[in-house]
Design a protein around this ligand. Structure first.
Ligand SMILES: *[C@@H]1O[C@H](CO)[C@@H](O)[C@H](O)[C@H]1NC(C)=O
Ligand SMILES: *[C@@H]1O[C@H](CO)[C@@H](O)[C@H](O)[C@H]1NC(C)=O
Ligand SMILES: *[C@@H]1O[C@H](CO)[C@@H](O)[C@H](O)[C@H]1NC(C)=O
Ligand SMILES: *[C@@H]1O[C@H](CO)[C@@H](O)[C@H](O)[C@H]1NC(C)=O
Length: 311
């Protein structure tokens, strides 16, 4: 018998077909075979995991899902046309499957190691080999997903190295530890469709957390002359998501020596119903203590104009 919740799951699967995620690569779906999840009871990751049987249907372990972003003011590869999107949009870092307490593992599947410079180069006692094959942007092109590539080259920008290196790093370090992106979840599996599905999922999740807009709505905008408090920044985001994110800071220590003073990253924490691919996120407060000073003035720096894409 199909339960009411199964019908909800079926609707979600059908919606993916209707939404036109069908790729142009002949016969290749770039999303998992979610039909296998229809008879799984939808549960919140990290909250009630007793009924999870199929790890393709819920991230297990790794049920604490972090959508992470960077605030960079330059890229270092401006002369190659690698530019930041505009003066106020935070860039994508990734989507991470942390354990429920905020600890994590990395590089979980060496057969999907596409990172040219793995960092760290040892994980779980295993040496992580450097990758020397075709860069991951060639995977995206092979699926005909030029739309995806263009979005990634606009909003998923590396600092000090090429974008494709950063994307490969995020996939191999983090996505291979997400049970819902395991190759066995795609039947029949077409090589690299998990990579495409992960990149699509990161972008869809990122779009739900417009950090720059959240901050701007509280009057917090990039400024080389003003400073802000960590609490004001946290509350500006909480007003939209209902949860306190993690803000990361670099730069000099605050006068009280209780943290740094130049904000450069944000992590939005979630539990998830079903797979993260379905984006049913429950926003939760950060489980990680901010590296920004809770007492000192925080600088949210303006980008270098020549590092920003012209409209
Ligand atoms: C977890 O889910 C199971 C099955 O739906 C239910 O029987 C149990 O009461 C739940 N436990 C908690 C703590 O909610
Ligand atoms: C960004 O701000 C600078 C001034 O700091 C301005 O010159 C430039 O036109 C702005 N760029 C965009 C794309 O808005
Ligand atoms: C692994 O990383 C360490 C620390 O960064 C470095 O010293 C070492 O040379 C690296 N090993 C290899 C094989 O790259
Ligand atoms: C703001 O300050 C940072 C750090 O000094 C600098 O890199 C950036 O170019 C400045 N931006 C503007 C628009 O002056």
């Amino acid at each position: 018998m199909i339960s009411a919740t199964s019908f909800v799951g079926l609707a979600a699967v059908l919606a993916q077909f209707v939404a036109g995620t069908i790729p142009s690569f002949p016969g290749a779906p770039t999303f998992p075979d979610d039909l296998q999840c229809l008879f799984e009871k939808p549960v919140l990751s990290c909250e009630n995991t007793t009924t999870i049987k199929d790890t393709c249907c819920s991230p297990t372990p790794g049920g604490l899902v972090l959508q992470t972003q960077f605030w960079d003011t330059y890229t270092g590869l401006e002369d190659q046309g690698q530019l930041l999107p505009d003066n106020s949009t935070w860039g994508i870092h990734g989507l991470w499957p942390d354990f429920c307490d905020g600890s994590f593992t990395q590089y979980c599947d060496i057969s999907r190691q596409y990172d040219p410079h793995p960092s760290p180069n040892v994980s779980n006692g295993i040496n992580i080999p450097s990758y020397t094959g075709p860069t991951v942007d060639t995977f995206i092109k092979a699926f005909g997903r030029y739309d995806l590539l263009e979005y990634m080259n606009t909003f998923w920008i590396n600092q000090g190295d090429t974008n494709a290196h950063f994307w490969a790093h995020e996939f191999s370090k983090h996505a291979t530890c997400f049970s819902t992106f395991d190759t066995k979840c795609y039947e029949p599996y077409i090589e690299h469709e998990d990579v495409i599905n992960f990149f699509d999922t990161v972008i869809a999740a990122y779009k739900t957390f417009p950090t720059g807009k959240f901050l701007a709505s509280a009057g917090i905008v990039p400024s080389n002359s003003t400073t802000y408090s960590l609490a004001a920044m946290q509350n500006a985001v909480k007003a939209h998501t209902g949860a306190i994110p993690y803000f990361g800071c670099t730069g000099p220590e605050a006068p009280n020596k209780d943290g740094r003073t130049i904000v450069d990253e944000v992590w939005h924490f979630n539990h998830v119903i079903g797979s993260p691919q379905q984006l049913n996120f429950k926003h939760i407060d950060s489980v990680t203590t901010s590296s920004c000073s809770p007492t000192g003035p925080i600088r949210y720096l303006e980008r270098t104009p020549s590092s920003v894409r012209r409209k």
